[in-house]
Design a protein around this ligand. Structure first.
Ligand code: SF4
Length: 348
């Protein structure tokens, strides 16, 4: 029988498991401490657990399902891991360190179904959702790495790796809860961000299911023609529908929303688009995150020059909302936004 992922059990379920093996319920709390605080993956090293429980855990459960296929280190300190699942698929997770932060860009799916034209992950198509255990194991994995490196921990988690997180909504919501829980990884709610391509019904579901975490919407186009040419999702839910959902999200959660906007030469990074984007952002409680295009598969899509970006920014800065520009991290190892992809094996 396949082993179940112990990271996917909440405190109550861990307590139930302990009781089923004839142990007191508080063993569940001890197990959680070993996994989330001590980052232990070997049941035999969980020294305060009785032998019988350790044997039962070894027979039925695991905390360690991923195998490192590769790790690449960028000149700017960004690190990218390719991790292999037990069923032989590979996905990526990216650590982005700064002076004060250790941000981890996690994947929620292997591949992605959304088909955004500027994104390398789209070339993989959709393979499968990651399980709750596999999502949390990325954080455990990198925390173990950091512990050996300099004793630090992942401080921020962003669901901007492979996949559309709201297509794996329940696992992502449970993962956010475990990331935040005091007896989980203990990461503040405002340091956990989920990024969606704009699946309207799921944004509303997310607002009710997980209202306390940060949400970012990849807008990327300031009108329907532009956005549909980059993001097929816009043909299903256009900008008007998306902005209605954004407003409802803000109303339900009381949170400020982030709109991500990719800057592409002669496409999205033109003055007319800046004016349209300013109008969109001025009407709601939001901030804009500008992301200059990173090198992808499509030679037609080029990054703008610094002058073009500054001209675009100067129009936006006339608005009464916050505008940030994301500096590319790890482009030399294809770890920056829109660059994650695992080449698929060719079928003979
Ligand atoms: S940008 Fe995000 S939603 Fe779009 S294809 Fe890439 S991973 Fe999927």
């Amino acid at each position: 029988m396949p082993k179940f992922h112990l990271l996917s059990l909440g405190l109550d379920a861990l307590g139930d498991f302990a009781v089923e093996t004839g142990e007191p319920r508080y063993r569940g709390r001890q197990l959680r401490e070993w996994m989330f605080r001590h980052l232990e993956t070997d049941f035999r090293r969980m020294s305060n657990l009785p032998q019988k429980l350790v044997e039962s855990l070894e027979e039925k459960a695991t905390v360690s399902t991923l195998r490192e296929r590769s790790r690449q280190d960028s000149v700017d300190g960004t690190r990218k891991w390719a991790l292999e699942t037990q069923d032989g698929h590979v996905f990526e997770t990216v650590l982005i360190p700064t002076e004060s932060r250790r941000s981890l860009c996690v994947s929620s799916q292997i591949g992605c179904a959304m088909g955004c034209t500027f994104c390398r992950t789209a070339t993989m198509g959709f393979i499968r959702n990651l399980t709750l255990g596999e999502i949390l194991e990325q954080v455990l994995w990198v925390n173990r790495f950091l512990q050996d490196l300099d004793g630090s921990r992942v401080s921020n988690v962003i669901f901007m790796g492979m996949g559309e997180p709201l297509h794996n909504l329940e696992n992502v919501a449970l993962a956010c809860e475990a990331l935040n829980a005091e007896n989980g990884f203990g990461i503040g709610k405002d340091r956990i961000t989920v990024s969606t391509s704009g699946i309207v019904p799921k944004i509303l579901e997310w607002a009710r299911r997980a209202p306390n975490f940060k949400l970012a919407i990849s807008l990327n186009g300031s009108n329907d023609t532009l956005r549909s040419s980059l993001m097929p999702v816009n043909r299903r839910w256009n900008i008007e529908a998306l902005l209605d959902a954004a407003d409802e999200y803000i109303q339900i959660t009381g949170q400020k929303l982030t709109f991500e906007y990719i800057l592409i030469r002669n496409r999205t990074c033109v003055p007319e688009a800046a004016v349209e984007l300013k109008r969109i952002a001025s009407q709601r409680n939001c901030k804009i995150n500008l992301i200059p295009l990173n090198r992808g598969e499509d030679p037609e899509l080029q990054a703008p020059s610094e002058e073009e970006i500054q001209a675009f920014e100067s129009i936006l800065r006339q608005g009464d909302f916050e505008v940030l520009r994301r500096r590319p991290r790890g482009p030399d190892i294809l770890a920056a936004c829109g660059q994650l992809a695992i080449p698929l094996k060719k079928v003979a």
